[in-house]
Design a binder for this molecule. Structure first.
Ligand SMILES: [Zn+2]
Ligand SMILES: [Zn+2]
Ligand SMILES: [Zn+2]
Length: 363
């Protein structure tokens, strides 16, 4: 199929399932030290994962946990205070890592007669992790009922989608599900609609006639089988992923970068307030942007190119303040390239944990 012609083209690149992806789809136990947290998010061999302790042996707890997952161990998604405490105590339990996104977890434990009991349950996400990432402004939510409600409605697919830029590989199973719900004639319909609107995103106005694959066709009412013309509108991949209930999009950072680049060329990247910054930036930066806004720093540039002294473009930064030569990068390569040019560059993780310092350097 023509990869640039379909709405879900960005998510059909996984041809052969790597053994590691097959394993992660099921979940398996690893040593804690083999889980990486470089960006702040948990990852295993380049894949975003969540981790949890499967064993619930203590005091026959396993029975209660199978009944009600909220009584079980929390699952972690980031390098949080809790994991740091374990590290400091020298406790390195074995964790299950997985990228299964349905929220059902295999748990086990022994009862008082030393029999192994196994079952599935719906564990809760760790609140320290949500706080560390400031996921959906979690850090400013009051403790108690509001946070609890947030946890009970937390969606893994949406969470993984938010940070898809950081990872080369999509969660297992997502690629196979990408075409679910579309009608067979979707490729044709999508092609027609995009041509009819001259390959323009109907939200940000971006002309994508040079990059048609980055223009999607969105079902306004959310029903993918309703292809009536008033229900269809072309949106660029970036505006599309920011629509409500649009998890499972998994837009790559390269694609976001291209869109940002074209918006700059077409002078569509207007930045008058923080709302504009959210609209332009990669959603992975939302937690950082929220803190920047609260610290009342000046509006950053989004996706700005960084040049060397010969005026050659060496890289670009997701968020940047060119006058101060300060920025926030999604990937390590661009962070290194920019720091070589005398920039002070924060990773997402450091921007979140050292926000006072970052805000100070922008005064
Ligand atoms: Zn945690
Ligand atoms: Zn757009
Ligand atoms: Zn859509």
């Amino acid at each position: 199929m023509g990869a640039d012609l379909i709405d879900f083209s960005h998510s059909v690149k996984l041809d052969i399932l790597d053994p590691i992806d097959a394993l992660l789809g099921e979940g398996f136990e690893v040593n804690f030290k083999d889980i990486e947290f470089e960006t702040g998010l948990a990852s295993y061999q380049g894949r975003q994962v969540l981790l949890y302790i499967k064993d619930h042996s203590y005091n026959e707890k396993i029975y209660a946990v199978i009944e009600d997952g909220t009584k079980g161990n929390r699952f972690h998604i980031a390098d949080c205070e809790m994991l740091e405490r374990m590290r400091q105590k020298g406790r390195f339990d074995r964790y299950v890592v997985t990228n299964k996104l349905d929220g059902i977890f295999a748990v086990s434990g022994t009862n008082n007669s030393n029999e192994l009991i196994e079952g599935d349950t719906n564990l809760n996400v760790c609140q320290y992790c949500l706080d560390a990432l400031n996921y959906k402004k979690f850090s400013s939510m009051p403790r108690g009922a509001i946070r609890k409600k947030f946890v009970s409605t937390f969606e893994l697919a949406e969470f993984f989608d938010t940070y898809s830029s950081f990872f080369k590989y999509m969660p297992t199973g997502v690629a196979n599900n990408a075409s679910a719900g579309y009608t067979d004639d979707w490729d044709d319909i999508s092609r027609k609609i995009r041509a009819q609107f001259n390959y323009k995103c109907q939200q940000c106005g971006l002309d994508l006639s040079s990059h048609k694959g980055l223009l999607h066709v969105h079902h306004i009412n959310g029903v993918k089988s309703d292809n009536s013309s008033r229900n269809l509108t072309p949106l660029c991949a970036d505006c599309h992923r920011k629509q409500p209930d649009h998890q499972h999009m998994f837009i790559k950072h390269e694609e976001t970068k291209t869109i940002n680049h074209l918006r700059q060329e077409q002078k569509l990247n207007k930045k008058e307030n923080w709302k504009d910054i959210y609209a332009l930036a990669d959603p992975a930066m939302n937690g950082v942007i929220d803190l920047l806004e609260k610290h009342q720093v000046s509006l950053p540039e989004v996706g700005e190119e960084i040049q060397n002294d010969k005026q050659e473009v060496v890289t670009e930064l997701e968020l940047s303040w060119p006058l101060k030569k300060v920025g926030v990068a999604v990937d390590k390569t661009s962070a290194l390239a920019a720091s070589k040019q005398g920039w002070k560059v924060y990773s997402m993780r450091h921007a979140l944990s050292q926000m006072d310092d970052l805000a100070q350097s922008l005064r």
